[in-house]
Ligand binder design. Structure first.
Ligand code: ADP
Length: 494
């Protein structure tokens, strides 16, 4: 401990000289200052935080009692011992009432005086210690207010005693609704997951592995990684939100399932066809041989398309990707795409693809190959997700400073709540293929990214069971019309 500082105020110069020596003889580690008047003492008290102040009760000018009042204002925590003359009991009592720590009577009993100073210094030391601890506690509390982990304390009675702001923002549950209540009543699902949480007896890295557990908050499943540390009279828990990582893990799992399914189907077909072709004991006619070769060709193409989609999505993610900006003749491009798809799906007699071009169309600024890829993908989906057939309309028209491409089908449609999610990577509405249509769930993600890179926008409107309309808006390259006449073509296929 650092040395205690004592201030003695007395106009009795002889005493001022004698007292410090007497104290120094009996006490270790004290530094003593002296003053002859109250005003001089106040200046010192302002400068120095003394451990104890000793003052004569009678001083010229400002007396000891007034000085005591001033000390109480300036340094409320500093104990003050007053020296009273013989027979000044009343004054002494007044001093104690005024907040003096103790009084000593003249002639001073040095042992008593030193004992009193000693006690005062100890009390002051304890006060300081408590104040310091309070500051530290407040600092800790402030730290807990600002950590990015959810932190909460449950006492031995199972009552929540603390709930930090991160815990609130992760769970959405307010401290006011939780603190003071039993955790198993106030925290949804705590009775089930509480016993599962690993609790260490001492804090420190590696003492326990956090566990990933679900909290069910108003129907929303929140995955948290949580561990606890035993505390004197409770357990402090810390947790972080794992919901996004968990969702990603699930997505990856689904992706692996989807992709392996998507790869296995064409591979099985190719393998089967190749095995049949190799059999010496089976006489294959030209027509059958041709059909099997056709299977191998189409299915290989499907495989390479899947590999291409995965690679493209990964390139889009990593930024290793650029789009060109050319002036594109919209009508020509769209009508080529429509013709191509009609040929490709010639066997789907239940599907009709109509091309409608409205108004005067400007060329758009974009990348021809990428735009073609987007439109093919959207049309492919429109056909794929129209298992009962129907009319598919491909419409091109001016829309503000853009050219709008709309692909409308009469197929399965998309439930309202899923209409944004389908643009997510690997997201499929029907991953279990109850309607038997395969895909990687990457198509719309790729389309949206490509359109975005051409500074356009891809959106959808849909009614479940009635069909969907996917809309691509691309900025026009120039605002004056590039063609003289609007064209409208409607063609069904046989
Ligand atoms: P994929 O078709 O390979 O599954 P996409 O990213 O192209 O992947 O589409 C994601 C999901 O959106 C599809 O699985 C399907 O459920 C839904 N979807 C896309 N286009 C349509 C559409 N025209 N009609 C109904 N659902 C669609």
């Amino acid at each position: 401990m650092s040395e205690a500082r004592i201030l003695i105020v007395d106009d009795d110069v002889a005493l001022l000289e004698a007292l410090p020596d007497a104290i120094a003889l009996r006490m270790n580690g004290v530094a003593i200052d002296t003053c002859e008047t109250a005003p001089a003492a106040l200046v010192r008290i302002q400068e120095t935080d003394y451990d104890v102040i000793v003052s004569d009760i009678k001083l010229p000018g400002m007396d000891g009692l007034e000085l005591l009042n001033e000390i109480k204002l300036l340094r409320p925590g500093t104990p003050t011992v007053l020296i009273t003359g013989h027979g000044e009991r009343d004054l002494a009592v007044q001093a104690l009432r005024g907040g003096a720590y103790d009084f000593v009577q003249k002639p001073i009993d040095r042992d008593y005086f030193v004992a009193s100073l000693d006690r005062a210094i100890q009390v002051r030391g304890l006060d300081r210690h408590v104040a310091q601890q309070r500051v530290e506690l407040e600092r800790h509390a402030r730290v807990l207010q600002h950590v990015d982990r959810g932190v909460f304390l449950i006492d031995d009675e199972g009552v929540i005693r603390y709930w930090n702001p991160a815990a609130r923002s992760i769970t959405g549950l307010e401290a006011d609704d939780l603190v003071g209540r039993r955790a198993d009543e106030a925290l949804p699902g705590w009775d089930a997951i509480g016993p599962e949480v690993p609790v260490a007896s001492v804090p420190g890295p590696g003492s326990t592995e956090a566990k990933t557990l679900p909290l069910d908050i108003e129907g929303r499943e929140l995955w948290i990684s949580i561990s606890g540390v035993q505390f004197e009279d409770g357990i402090v828990y810390a947790f972080r939100n794992l919901t996004a990582e968990r969702a990603l893990d699930e997505l990856k799992g689904e992706f692996v399932a989807t992709v392996s399914h998507e790869l296995r189907t064409p591979l099985a077909a190719i393998y089967g066809a190749a095995q049949t072709l190799r059999r010496a004991d089976v006489q294959l006619g030209d027509e059958n041989r041709e059909r099997l070769l056709e299977v191998i060709a189409t299915e290989s193409e499907r495989l390479s398309r899947i590999a291409g989609e995965i690679l493209l999505a990964s390139n889009l993610d990593s930024g290793r990707f650029s789009v060109e900006r050319q002036q594109l003749d919209v009508e020509e491009l769209v009508s080529e795409v429509v013709d191509e798809m009609r040929t490709l799906f010639a066997s789907r007699h239940d599907i009709v693809i109509d091309l409608v071009a409205n108004g005067v169309l400007s060329p758009v600024a974009g990348d021809g190959d990428k735009l073609r890829q987007v439109l093919i993908n959207l049309l492919d989906n429109a056909i794929k997700y129209s298992p009962d057939g129907g009319r598919i309309e491909v419409r091109v028209e001016p829309h503000g400073n853009c050219v709008r491409f709309a692909i409308a089908d009469e197929g399965l449609g998309i439930p309202h709540g899923e209409q944004q999610r389908i643009f997510g990577k690997f997201y499929r509405l029907d991953p279990r293929l109850s309607r038997g249509v395969g895909g990687t769930g990457l198509g719309l993600y790729i389309c949206r990214e490509l359109v975005r890179r051409m500074e356009g926008r891809l959106s959808v409107t849909s009614t479940e069971g009635r069909g969907s309309t996917f809309v691509v808006d691309l900025p026009a390259a120039v605002h004056e019309p590039s063609r003289d006449a609007p064209v409208s073509e409607t063609a069904g296929r046989s």
